[in-house]
Ligand binder design. Structure first.
Ligand code: ADP
Ligand code: MG
Length: 325
C-alpha cells in the first residue's frame, strides 16, 4: 500500500511495546523467550464469512484478538504477544481507529502487546489474520488428548447465545411466531460480538483439568475432537448444558440446537477427575466464571446424548460449523 501503508501502521498500530520487547517497526519483533514452551495459534477472519460488513469496528477488533486469546486460554497458557495481518480493499481511518480501540482494550487487559504484522491492499472484503504467542510449561498444557474414562465433563459460562444472535441477524425463520426478535437479539448479541476469552479459568485449571478446548464450532463437534484425541467416549446430559434465560425460554428443539451445536462460543469445555470437583469449583470461583458439569467421559467410544430423565435423545442435532461442508 506504499505511503498509505506506513501512515496507516504509524497511525493505528504503532504503540510502544513493553520494556524488553522490540515491537512494531523493525524487520522482526523480538519477544524474550522463557523456559517452557511457546503456545502458538493463528486465526483468519474473513468479511462476509466471519463477520458482517456493518459490524461495529471496535467489536471486530475485540473479537479478532479474543478468538486467539481463547486458544491460549484453552491450553492454560499465558499471553506474550501477537502479530496482526490485514488485507484491506481501501483505507478507512474511522474503521481502523475503532478496530484498534477494541483490539488494544482487550490486549491491555491481558498484557498481550501487538508486536508486528503485515498490511496489504486486498480485493473485495477485509481479511484479518492474528497469530498469537503465549507461554506454558509443556507438562501443564491443557491438551485435547488427556480425557480419561469417568472424568466429569464441564463447560464454562452459557452456551447458545451467539448462535441465536447469528440466526436473528441472518433473518432466519427458526423462531416461534410472536417471538420478540429485537428483545432476543438485545439479550444475545453481546455474546456474538464481544466474547470474553477465559484466560484466568484456563490458567487456574492447569494441574486440575485432564483435557480442554475452547468451543468455537459447537459443543458436540468440539467435544468430539477431545473424544477422538483421547480415545474415549462420552455421555452428555443435553438439558444440563447451561444457557442464558433468553435461550432457556426458547422452544426445546431450538434451545438444544443452539446450546449443543451453536458455534462462536469461546467458552471452555474441559474434563477433570470426579475427585477434582472441589478444585474445579475453586478455580472457577477464583476466575469469576461459572462452570457446570454436563456429563461423563466413558471408556466406550461415541457420544451419547440424554435428556434430563436420562433417556437417549436421538438423532443428535446436526453437527457444528464446517466451512467446507
Ligand atoms: P516488511 O517490509 O519487513 O514486511 P513492513 O513494511 O511490512 O515490513 O512493516 C513495517 C513494520 O510495521 C514491521 O515492524 C511490521 O511488523 C509492522 N506492521 C505492518 N503491518 C502491521 C499491522 N497490521 N499491525 C502491526 N504491525 C504492523
Ligand atoms: Mg510487510
Amino acid at each position: 500500500m506504499a505511503d498509505g501503508e506506513f501512515d496507516l501502521i504509524r497511525r493505528h498500530f504503532s504503540r510502544p511495546a513493553p520494556p524488553g520487547v522490540l515491537g512494531v517497526g523493525d524487520d522482526c519483533a523480538l519477544l524474550p523467550t522463557q523456559p517452557g514452551a511457546m503456545a502458538i495459534s493463528t486465526d483468519l477472519l474473513v468479511e462476509g464469512r466471519h463477520f458482517f460488513s456493518d459490524v461495529d469496528p471496535a467489536a471486530l477488533g475485540h473479537k479478532s484478538l479474543a478468538v486467539n486469546l481463547s486458544d491460549l486460554a484453552a491450553m492454560g497458557a499465558q499471553p506474550a504477544g501477537f502479530v496482526l495481518g490485514l488485507a484491506l480493499p481501501r483505507i478507512d481511518h474511522d474503521f481502523l481507529a475503532g478496530f484498534a480501540r477494541g483490539m488494544y482494550a482487550l490486549a491491555d487487559r491481558h498484557a498481550c502487546p501487538l508486536i508486528g504484522g503485515d498490511t496489504t491492499r486486498g480485493q473485495d472484503g477485509i481479511v484479518i489474520s492474528i497469530t498469537i504467542f503465549g507461554t506454558v510449561a509443556p507438562d501443564d498444557a491443557l491438551r485435547r488428548d488427556g480425557a480419561r474414562p469417568d472424568d466429569d465433563i464441564w463447560v464454562s459460562g452459557c452456551l447458545g447465545d451467539a448462535d441465536i444472535a447469528l440466526r436473528l441477524l441472518l433473518g432466519e425463520d427458526a423462531f416461534p411466531p410472536g417471538a420478540d426478535r429485537s428483545a432476543l437479539l438485545a439479550a444475545t448479541r453481546r455474546a456474538l460480538e464481544w466474547p470474553e476469552p477465559r484466560l484466568a479459568l484456563g490458567q487456574g485449571l492447569r494441574g486440575v483439568a485432564c483435557a480442554a478446548l475452547d468451543i468455537s464450532d459447537g459443543l458436540l463437534q468440539d467435544l468430539g475432537h477431545v473424544l477422538t484425541a483421547s480415545g474415549v467416549g462420552a455421555r452428555v446430559d443435553a438439558d444440563a448444558v447451561p444457557v442464558s434465560p433468553a435461550v432457556a425460554a426458547l422452544p426445546v428443539p431450538l434451545r438444544r440446537l443452539a446450546a449443543l451445536s451453536g458455534g462462536d462460543v469461546y467458552e471452555l469445555c474441559f474434563t477433570a477427575a470426579p475427585g477434582s470437583r472441589a478444585r474445579v469449583i475453586a478455580a472457577a470461583a477464583a476466575a469469576g466464571v461459572p462452570v457446570t458439569r454436563i456429563g461423563q467421559i466413558t471408556a466406550a467410544p461415541g457420544l451419547r446424548l440424554v435428556d434430563a430423565s436420562g433417556d437417549p435423545i436421538d438423532p443428535l442435532p446436526h453437527g457444528g460449523y464446517d466451512h467446507f461442508a
